[in-house]
Design a protein around this ligand. Structure first.
Ligand SMILES: [Zn+2]
Length: 170
């Protein structure tokens, strides 16, 4: 799958919910292709709009404290509750080479369907919480630029222009 880069319109559009009739082998194939694309690109999260699919689902894999892989596919995610705060560097596969400080909630309780359509609840914190919030934003057409302070956003936009000029943003 090809990862689309900012400012492609699909990244700025609100994704459509995955309908009950869409679950099945074809959907599972898209999810598994997204896991492969994410791993190949060295990311910890990838949302459907980032591969040109304007739908509300994403894959993520934030390893636990022992470095053990924890692949999750969240479909039609809904943030139930957040608490605390964390500030740290964030990147995005649709913004190659751009890392910037973003403030996020420290803990998130999110309800989502799995790849079979069953609705589950997840309680995640730290990097996993950051990832869920970042990817759920993608489902809503929000990119991490929108979550930066205005000063950092201006710096980021200038850097993007520079990267585009030198052909490092294709
Ligand atoms: Zn992203």
């Amino acid at each position: 799958m090809r990862i689309v880069h900012y400012p492609e319109p699909v990244l700025l559009a609100v994704g459509k919910p995955v309908g009950d009739n869409e679950f099945g082998p074809e959907f599972e194939k898209s999810v598994s292709d997204m896991f492969e694309t994410m791993r190949h690109a060295g990311g910890v999260g990838l949302a459907a709009p980032q591969v040109g699919i304007s739908k509300r689902f994403f894959v993520m894999d934030v390893p636990d404290e022992d470095g053990i892989s924890n692949p999750l596919a969240l479909v039609n995610p809904e943030i139930i509750r957040v608490e605390g705060e964390q500030t740290g560097d964030e990147g995005c596969l649709s913004f190659p080479g751009l890392y910037q400080q973003v403030k996020r909630d420290m803990r998130v309780i999110v309800s989502a369907q799995d790849i079979t359509g069953e609705r589950l609840e997840y309680d995640l914190d730290e990097l996993a919480a950051r990832c869920v919030l970042h990817e759920t934003d993608h489902c809503d057409g929000i990119v991490f630029l929108d979550r930066m302070t205005s000063l950092k956003r201006e710096l980021a936009k200038r850097k993007i222009k520079r990267l585009q000029k030198t052909g490092k943003w294709e």
